[in-house]
Design a protein around this ligand. Structure first.
Ligand code: 4AD
Length: 464
C-alpha cells in the first residue's frame, strides 16, 4: 500500500516531501480560473492545499474539478509540502500542500445544513467577524443536534469525545489495577433501582419491566455474589422531566461497588484517587484536545486538590453567606453553585466531597449513621459547584433493609430477589455512581451536557 500521512502530523520539517492525505474538503476557495485553495480537515486538524495551473502537472480542468467539489466531500490529496513565510490563519497546520493529484472519494450533497467552518468558531471570533462585516452563519444548538453527524466534525467536538474516551479508559485502568472486576449488569430489570418516578417502563414478554436507572441493585448483588470489588461502565436511563443543562434521559454511568472493611471513607478514598489520576492523565495526555476545546469554548482549568466537608459544614458555610437551606433538605442547583464558589475561595479547589447527608434525602438502600439515624453514611462529589457523583455505604442487614423499603414506600415485590440476596449474608459494602457526560462537561468548563453525549437523549430528543 501507499504511505498515508495524518493531517495533524504535517509540519515544517517535511518541507519538500511528497505526502498523501485523506480528509474532508472543509473550504473551497478559487481565486481565479487558475488557482484554487482547499482546506482539508482530518479530525482536529486542517491543512491548506493549493492547486495552481502548471504545465504537465495541474491542468485547467483539474482546477475546475477542484472548484466544483462540494464542501465536506472526502478527498485524497497528493502533493509537496511547502512552508510559507507568513503564519497561516485559516488552518491548524503551519505548512501548505502544493497539490499534484486530487481524487474525490465520496461526494457530499450541496448546501449542507451546517457549515463546519462557521460551526467551529468561538463567540469572540463571531463577534469580531460581525464587526468587520463578514457574513457568518450562527449555528444554534438544535440545528447542531438535529444534524449531529455534521456537528460532530468540528474540531472541538472531536476533542471532547477524545477526552471522554481517554478519561474513561484511564479510570478503567486504575480500577483494574486496584483489583476491581469489570461487570456488565442487565439494563432491562423488573423494578426501579433508585425508587422514584424517573423510570422508563416497558413490557418484557408481557410482564411489566423498566430500563435500569442505574446498576445499583445488580452491582450490590455482585458483591452478594462473592466479588469484593466491581465496576461497570454502561448506559443509565432516566425518564427525566426536567429540561436542564445537566440532565439527559440516557447517559453513561461509571459505577463502583466495593467491600468496606471499617469505614465508608474507604469509598471516598477510591473516588479521590481515581479522579485525581484521571484529571492528571487528561492534563498530561490530552493537552492538544484541551487546547482545541478552549479555542472554541474558552475555559479555566479545574483545581482538583480533593477536600472533604460534611453536609452540616457545607450548610453552615452557605448560611454564613446568607443562603438558607430547608432544614435537612437537598441543595438546589444554585446552592450547589454557591457552595462550590465558597469552597473554591476558602480551600482553593474545584473538587470536593460532601459527606454525611441527612438520611431522609437519600435512596432507600443508604446506610444510616450508626450513632445518629437522622444522618447517613453517604456523600456527593462536586466539580465546579455541580454534583458529578453520589455514593454511600449500603444497608446489608435484611431486616433493616425491609424496614427502610417500607418507610420509603417502595414496592418490595419488584425487588424481592435483591432483598433476598442479603439473607444469605454479605460483606459491608458501598460504592458510587458517576455520570461521564457531566464530568467531561465540567472538566472542560462547557455549558451544556448535550455537548458531551454523542447522540444525546433528552426529554425532547430521540433522534438522530
Ligand atoms: O445521583 P445518582 O442518581 O446516583 C445513583 O444512581 C446511585 N445508584 C449511585 C450510587 O452508587 N450510590 O446518579 C449518579 C450520578 C450523578 O452524580 C450525576 O453525575 C449522574 O449520575 N446523573 C446524570 N447525568 C446526566 N443526566 C442525568 N439525568 C443524571 N442523573 C444522574
Amino acid at each position: 500500500g501507499r504511505t498515508w500521512t495524518d493531517v495533524g502530523e504535517l509540519c515544517a520539517e517535511m518541507k519538500g516531501e511528497t505526502v498523501l492525505i485523506r480528509g474532508a474538503a472543509q473550504a473551497i476557495r478559487p481565486t481565479s480560473k487558475k488557482i484554487v485553495f482547499l482546506v482539508v480537515r482530518q479530525s482536529m486538524s486542517t491543512v491548506q492545499c493549493i492547486l495552481v495551473v502548471t504545465k504537465d502537472v495541474i491542468s485547467p480542468q483539474m482546477v475546475r474539478f477542484a472548484t466544483s467539489l462540494t464542501k465536506e466531500s472526502i478527498v485524497d490529496v497528493e502533493g509537496v509540502i511547502s512552508v510559507p513565510d507568513k503564519p497561516i490563519t485559516g488552518a491548524t497546520q503551519q505548512v501548505e500542500i502544493q497539490v499534484r493529484k486530487l481524487y474525490c472519494i465520496s461526494r457530499a450533497a450541496p448546501n449542507l445544513p451546517i457549515n463546519i467552518e462557521d460551526a467551529s468558531r468561538s463567540e469572540t471570533e463571531f463577534k469580531k467577524a460581525e464587526e468587520s462585516g463578514e457574513q457568518l452563519v450562527r449555528v444554534g444548538q438544535d440545528t447542531r443536534l438535529n444534524n449531529r453527524v455534521l456537528d460532530l466534525r468540528t474540531p472541538a467536538n472531536q476533542a471532547i469525545f477524545r477526552v471522554k474516551s481517554v478519561g474513561v479508559n484511564k479510570g478503567r485502568q486504575f480500577l483494574l489495577s486496584k483489583n476491581f472486576v469489570e461487570i456488565f449488569t442487565p439494563k432491562v430489570i423488573a423494578g426501579s433501582s433508585e425508587g422514584g418516578a424517573e423510570v422508563f417502563k416497558l413490557q418484557y414478554k408481557g410482564k411489566p419491566a423498566c430500563l435500569a436507572q442505574s446498576p445499583q441493585l445488580h452491582k450490590q448483588m455482585a458483591i452478594c455474589g462473592g466479588f469484593d470489588r466491581v465496576f461497570e461502565v454502561g448506559p443509565v436511563f432516566r425518564a427525566e422531566n426536567s429540561y436542564t443543562h445537566r440532565h439527559l434521559c440516557e447517559f453513561v454511568g461509571l459505577d463502583v461497588e466495593m467491600e468496606i472493611k471499617e469505614h465508608y471513607y474507604e469509598v471516598c478514598d477510591i473516588v479521590e484517587e481515581l479522579f485525581v489520576e484521571i484529571f492528571n492523565h487528561l492534563n498530561d495526555n490530552c493537552s492538544k484536545e484541551l487546547e482545541v476545546i478552549k479555542r472554541q469554548y474558552p475555559f479555566q482549568p479545574i483545581k482538583y486538590l480533593p477536600k472533604r466537608l460534611t453536609y452540616d459544614e457545607g450548610v453552615r458555610m452557605l448560611k454564613e453567606a446568607g443562603v438558607e437551606i430547608e432544614p435537612m433538605g437537598d441543595l438546589s442547583t444554585e446552592a450547589e453553585k454557591k457552595l462550590g464558589k465558597l469552597v473554591s475561595d476558602k480551600y482553593n479547589t474545584d473538587f470536593f466531597i460532601l459527606t454525611k447527608f441527612p438520611l431522609g434525602i437519600r435512596p432507600f438502600y443508604t446506610m444510616p449513621c450508626h450513632d445518629n439515624s437522622e444522618y447517613s453514611n453517604s456523600f456527593d462529589v462536586f466539580l465546579r459547584g455541580e454534583e458529578i457523583i453520589s455514593g454511600a455505604q449500603r444497608i446489608h442487614d435484611p431486616d433493616m433493609l425491609t424496614k427502610r423499603i417500607e418507610q420509603c414506600g417502595i414496592d418490595a415485590k419488584t425487588i424481592s430477589t435483591y432483598m433476598d440476596s442479603f439473607g444469605y449474608a454479605t460483606r459491608p459494602h458501598g460504592g458510587f455512581g458517576a455520570g461521564l457526560e457531566r464530568i467531561v462537561m465540567l472538566f472542560c468548563g462547557l455549558n451544556n451536557i448535550r455537548k458531551c453525549s454523542l447522540f444525546p437523549r433528552d426529554p425532547q430528543r430521540l433522534t438522530p
